[in-house]
Design a protein. Structure first.
Length: 182
């Protein structure tokens, strides 16, 4: 299984000029947030924000993820899927893919995050660069059954996937904004 969140690869759309204005107004500020989403949530909810680790293991990325990360087809990446919540309210689902070369180059504990937010490491890194961003609208039927039972997702959910570079090595972060985040 490539993901505990998603049944299959999503139809991501490249972020182009003018895309922002096609999104619902309340979604825009989340999708285009340039800083740490964890910090933004902590600014709103304080220390009530927690990361629930849903899955962390080495797995093959989806095809478009392999391409974005410039990974060979048979190469595994560290896949980490989490739920960010506050006061037991689910806010953001996230999927991160980190190639082994990125883990080595970053000289950090990217492989040992546990329930620590990824944003704490990423946005503290002096050589962090945002390379690309795509946008998607995920329908309720695209979520894995276990997620749909745990988090009742009854409406389409907007998401973004961002390619970051740490010391010129890529990682991919996909974030899905549940309606309770707005």
């Amino acid at each position: 299984m490539k993901s505990v969140l998603l049944k299959r690869e999503l139809a991501w759309r490249e972020n182009r000029q003018g895309t922002r204005h096609k999104l619902p107004h309340d979604v825009q500020s989340w999708v285009y947030e340039s800083g740490s989403l964890t910090q933004r949530l902590r600014d709103a909810y304080g220390e009530a924000v927690v990361v629930e680790l849903l899955r962390q293991q080495w797995s093959k990325p989806f095809i478009s993820e392999q391409q974005l990360l410039q990974q060979p087809e048979n190469r595994y990446c560290l896949s980490r899927e989490v739920l960010l919540k506050a006061h037991d309210t689910p806010l953001i689902l996230a999927r991160t893919l980190i190639p082994s070369a990125t883990i080595k180059a970053a000289n950090s504990n990217l492989a040992q995050l546990g329930t620590r937010p990824l944003g704490e490491i990423l946005f503290a890194h002096p050589q962090l660069a945002r390379l690309a961003m795509d946008i998607v609208l995920v329908t309720p039927s695209q979520w894995q059954t276990a997620i749909a039972k745990t988090i009742p997702i009854q409406h389409p959910v907007w998401g973004r996937r961002t390619v970051y570079a740490l010391k010129h090595k890529a990682l991919l972060v996909c974030e899905f904004f549940l309606s309770t985040a707005f």
